[in-house]
Design a protein around this ligand. Structure first.
Ligand code: NAG
Length: 207
């Protein structure tokens, strides 16, 4: 009897954890919008290290972009600026910036990690079933209704993409679709090379 109760409880709990938005404290992913790589995040709250890389506009001949690396033990957030001439490094005190919380902020914006999914959708990007969460809002000055949907691959509990659709407020006609994809998403221990400094820290300006 006891065994059955425990089994039932664990089944219930596992269903709960597999139906809510994943919100790990160790993860990394590359963010692309409409096919263009924009940002890369590597976060390890346990170890106290974070990296955010953001690329300049595609079409640039040279590599361009910036990187923030936060190291809790140093109490610094290093900004490596590859878009300035010459390239430079600034070792700011404290951190991390709010954007280092990209994933928790996104989870919050879809109702928090306890929120159960809204709908199951069969989708090629999930190789099958996606759990999806939806938010919507109106922008009356643009005269659009926006619908945002987050897709998580059901089988692996892995965030896949976010689709934003704009509709005409009066006619309901679809005006635009924008797709943000989370690629190379992993959870668990983040490889240390994600936090390798791309420049000699000796050259950093320390305000
Ligand atoms: C947005 O506008 C539509 C059409 O006027 C309305 O039906 C809907 O309730 C509004 N949604 C929100 C979130 O305000």
């Amino acid at each position: 009897m006891m065994t059955v109760a425990v089994l039932l409880l664990s089944l219930l709990l596992s269903d709960l954890t597999t139906s809510q938005i994943p919100n790990p404290t160790q993860y990394r992913f590359t963010l692309t919008t409409d096919g263009i790589a924009r940002e890369r995040y590597a976060i390890d709250k346990q170890v106290g290290k974070m990296s955010r890389l953001w690329f300049s506009n595609i079409g640039d001949e040279e590599f361009g972009g910036n990187q923030d690396i936060y190291v809790r033990d140093d109490g610094r957030t290093y900004l490596f600026n590859f878009m300035s001439q010459p390239r430079q490094c600034i070792a700011n005190r404290g951190g991390p910036y709010n954007e280092m919380n990209y994933w928790p902020n996104l989870v919050q914006s879809f109702g928090g990690e306890q929120k159960k999914y809204d709908e199951l959708i069969f989708d090629a990007d999930c190789d099958g079933t996606c759990l999806t969460w939806k938010t919507e809002f109106n922008r009356t000055y643009e005269h659009y209704r926006y619908v945002n949907r987050l897709y998580v691959k059901k089988a692996e509990q892995k965030p896949i993409k976010m689709v934003t659709r704009a509709y005409n407020l009066d006619t309901g006609e679809l005006v635009s679709t924008s797709i943000t994809k989370f690629t190379n998403w992993i959870t668990g221990k983040v490889p240390d090379y994600e936090y390798d400094y791309p420049m000699d820290l000796e050259t950093c300006y320390k305000p």
